[in-house]
Write a protein that binds this ligand. Structure first.
Ligand code: PLP
Length: 396
């Protein structure tokens, strides 16, 4: 009667959602202030005031049918040009509006891109730990997701394993930096080495292998860390971007796909992106948000709050004896479970009302993820509970 595959996807909620729902139930029992929920990646700092100002201005000044009407299928031209201008200013690139397809966020950007690229028997490489939805999005495109584990010591890409995973079926590789769930930023050295491998493999197999850069956390980095802008390192790069995190607008669903002119057979690829957008019903991203982005692209929410949260947690966890990946970006912290089963560790943490996500669904067992896009005050209140948890494992 229905697609079994779709039923199963819909009936089974994600581990992260289950923990979040548990947190809400627990908060009703013991009070919100006594539950330390680190499960969800929902930005905790508001969008810049300019975003709200622009929404107010647009609703007052713009002709309503134009403001809320369909834009062209690829998106509003002036918005696309504003994004091109901003990136050109920041990264020394030379994009034009013709390189952009506006989308309803990174999830749509990824689904469209995979659907545009995937042919029968294609494989798409993802690096573990990864955003769990990659499995869903890639499988839905008809391609097969192929996992390559990052190195245990620094969670950077294992170049040897990456090289060995590429074969004649490899159509694309997805890089997500800064990373969800690890917070790790792929170093320039690693980017150079992996793009060298890709060029070598393209030559060996006589075909294009695309680098899909999933970068909703591009601007969320702390200290003097720089995130390499991948189109400058590898011609066959397609960027999937979203304003969900940089502008704290996850519910407003706005982002884009960037296909640079340097991508092999640009026309063919861009038209296939348009076709995939059409086939998936994703044409014409939300128009009010497109007009907001025209004015606000390149801005960020106040990310100093995330840096503060990260520093408090890293300092405390190091003192308590936990082992962490170096979280240079995004708003996630990836911590080694002190016992083999991360699920068992999360269950123990729950006794202290600390809600953490076990890493199994990220394809990298034995760790837990904490989203620190929460209030600093909650983090401070949670520390004695983390200390007790560390004591339970004799880490201190
Ligand atoms: N990619 C990664 C790595 C993410 O973490 C997320 C959301 O958390 C997405 C894509 C989807 O982002 P969006 O909300 O813009 O669809």
């Amino acid at each position: 009667m229905v697609s079994k595959e779709m039923y199963e996807l819909g009936a089974k909620s994600s581990v992260i959602r289950e923990i979040f729902e548990f947190g809400k139930k627990r908060a009703a029992e013991i009070g919100k202030e006594n539950v330390y929920d680190f499960s969800l990646g929902n930005p905790s700092v508001p969008a810049p005031e300019k975003v709200n100002e622009t929404i107010r201005k647009l609703t007052l000044e713009m002709e309503p049918c134009a403001l809320h009407g369909y834009t062209s299928a690829v998106g509003d031209n002036e918005t696309r040009q504003a994004i091109a201008d901003d990136l050109n200013r920041r990264f020394g690139t030379s994009f034009s509006m013709n390189n952009f397809y506006m989308t309803a966020g990174a999830a749509a950007s990824l689904c469209i891109t995979f659907r545009a690229l995937a042919e029968k028997d294609d494989e798409i490489i993802i690096f573990a730990p990864y955003f769990p939805e990659y499995q869903v999005f890639i499988s839905a495109s008809g391609a097969k997701p192929v996992e390559v584990k990052c190195k245990e010591d620094d969670l950077q890409i294992d170049l040897e394993a990456f090289k060995n995973a590429i074969n004649e079926h490899t159509k694309a590789v997805v890089l997500n930096s800064p990373n969800n769930p690890s917070g790790v930023v792929t170093s320039e050295e690693t980017v150079k080495a992996m793009t060298d491998i890709l060029r070598e493999k393209q030559k060996e197999y006589g075909k294009s292998i695309f680098l899909v850069s999933d970068e909703p956390y591009r601007e969320l980095v702390y200290g003097d860390i720089k995130v390499p802008f991948l189109t400058k390192y590898y011609d066959n790069t397609i960027v999937c971007y979203s304003y969900s995190k940089s502008l704290s607008l996850p519910g407003d669903r706005i982002g884009y796909i960037l296909v640079p002119n340097e991508v092999e057979s640009f026309e063919l690829i861009f038209k296939s992106v348009c076709g995939a957008g059409r086939s998936l019903g994703y044409v014409c991203a939300p128009s009010l948000m497109q007009f907001v982005i025209k004015e606000c692209t390149g801005m960020t929410s106040d990310i100093s709050v995330y840096k503060k949260n990260r520093d408090i947690l890293v300092n405390a966890f190091t003192e308590y004896g936990f082992t962490l990946a170096k979280p240079d970006g995004a708003f996630y912290l990836f911590m080694k479970s002190p016992e083999e089963s991360a699920t068992a560790f999360c269950e123990k943490a729950k006794k202290y009302d600390l809600l953490l996500v076990p890493s199994d669904s990220f394809g990298f067992p034995g760790y837990v993820r904490l989203s620190y896009c929460v209030s600093t005050e909650m983090i401070e209140r949670s520390l004695p509970s983390f200390k007790k948890l560390a004591e339970e494992y004799n880490l201190i």
